[in-house]
Design a protein around this ligand. Structure first.
Ligand code: MN
Length: 347
């Protein structure tokens, strides 16, 4: 708390005298990105009457995340469509300069960076940073700020932050510290539990099931790992969602899912091994070709597909899969399909 109090003072100094700020989230923002951006906006509004816009570069794909955005009544902006010269301050939450998963132009150095991913070299230059890489969620850091500033949380923000911490830590089951538990305990009585349940059961379009079926059909089991490729996706969040699902297979310790979104190859890694570092594996897989990072049990990466032919793209996927299998100690020759196809008993 002492740390947060002194940080809060520094943050107030940075905000002082300014009227506008752009808050950048991950391109395809997850609940932690979304809730953290709202919490920072609340802080900036309350501490210093700074008006904030919240922006990202990709899409909000996952049904739960769209439901969250709708519930919060957020008007999320596309960074590429904004006149950035109208903002006096720039902030980044749940991502960092150079992370590869946000679209703030590299010539703009953010004034404020609050995140729970490992600190990146470019972040060190920023005026105000608070990087707590052991925390389960960026939302937890912001709950501490809001509490330190004695700001009363409205129900919608409390609900969003609770959902953020629960989803980043899978209900406190992965990569969690005591602060996350404290934050959840604080938020729980303030949150709208019925809304939380509605958000988690967000409606999906029919195409979702097609993607799911393709993902499962393409999945290959290699020793204790599962790998699948979704091909072109309309919804990049699907990649992480499928990775979470496949990790539930009872003999699986590692999962890698990849897919193409716009001109990038995205990949998600998951592990249930306590001694593993998914973030390190992610960085190894994309080494010299892209960016990667994350947390001990879940991580991701991205590689540019610009200028590649279909054939070259396929070669790239093959190479990344090979690297992954080698890294997690599997034998690619033993690959077998996850599911055998059967005729439906209904038709
Ligand atoms: Mn996060």
């Amino acid at each position: 708390m002492r740390r947060t109090l002194s940080k809060l003072e520094q943050l107030t100094q940075v905000l002082r005298g300014h009227t506008t700020m752009l808050i950048t989230m991950q391109d395809n923002p997850d609940p932690d990105s979304i809730a953290s951006a709202c919490a920072l906006r609340k802080l900036a509004n309350t501490l210093s009457e700074v008006q904030c816009s919240i922006a990202h570069g990709g899409t909000v794909g996952r049904a739960e995340n769209r439901a969250l955005v709708e519930y919060l009544g957020l008007n999320l902006r596309q960074i590429g469509q904004l006149d950035l010269s109208q903002f006096e301050l720039f902030a980044m939450v749940d991502t960092q300069p150079g992370a590869g998963n946000n679209s703030l132009p590299s010539e703009i150095e953010p004034d404020i960076v609050i995140d729970h991913h490992p600190c990146r070299p470019l972040t060190r230059h920023c005026r105000f940073t608070d990087i707590r890489s052991r925390y389960g969620a960026t939302g937890t850091i912001l709950v501490e700020y809001l509490n330190a500033a004695k700001i009363k949380l409205e129900m919608s923000l409390a609900t969003a932050l609770l959902y953020a911490i629960r989803s980043d830590t899978q209900d406190l089951g992965r990569d969690t510290v005591h602060a996350d538990i404290r934050a959840i305990t604080h938020l729980y009585p303030l949150a709208n539990k019925r809304m939380l349940s509605d958000i988690q059961r967000g409606k999906v379009e029919r195409v979702y099931f097609q993607m799911l079926v393709d993902a499962l059909k393409n999945a290959r089991v290699i020793d204790h790992a599962i790998v699948t490729h979704l091909g072109e996706v309309e919804n990049p969040d699907m990649i992480g969602e499928v990775a979470d699902l496949l990790l539930r297979e009872d003999s699986t310790e590692w999962v890698m899912v990849c897919g193409f979104f716009r001109d990038k190859m995205l990949l998600s890694l998951r592990t249930s091994r306590q001694d593993a570092s998914a973030d390190k594996v992610a960085r190894h897989l994309v080494a010299r070709k892209g960016t990667g990072g994350g947390h001990p049990s879940y991580a991701g990466g991205q590689l540019s597909l610009e200028g590649l032919t279909e054939r070259q793209k396929a070669v790239l996927v093959k190479k990344i899969v090979e690297r992954f299998v080698k890294k997690v100690g599997g034998d690619a020759a033993k690959a077998e399909p996850l599911i055998a196809s059967k005729n439906s008993p209904i038709s």
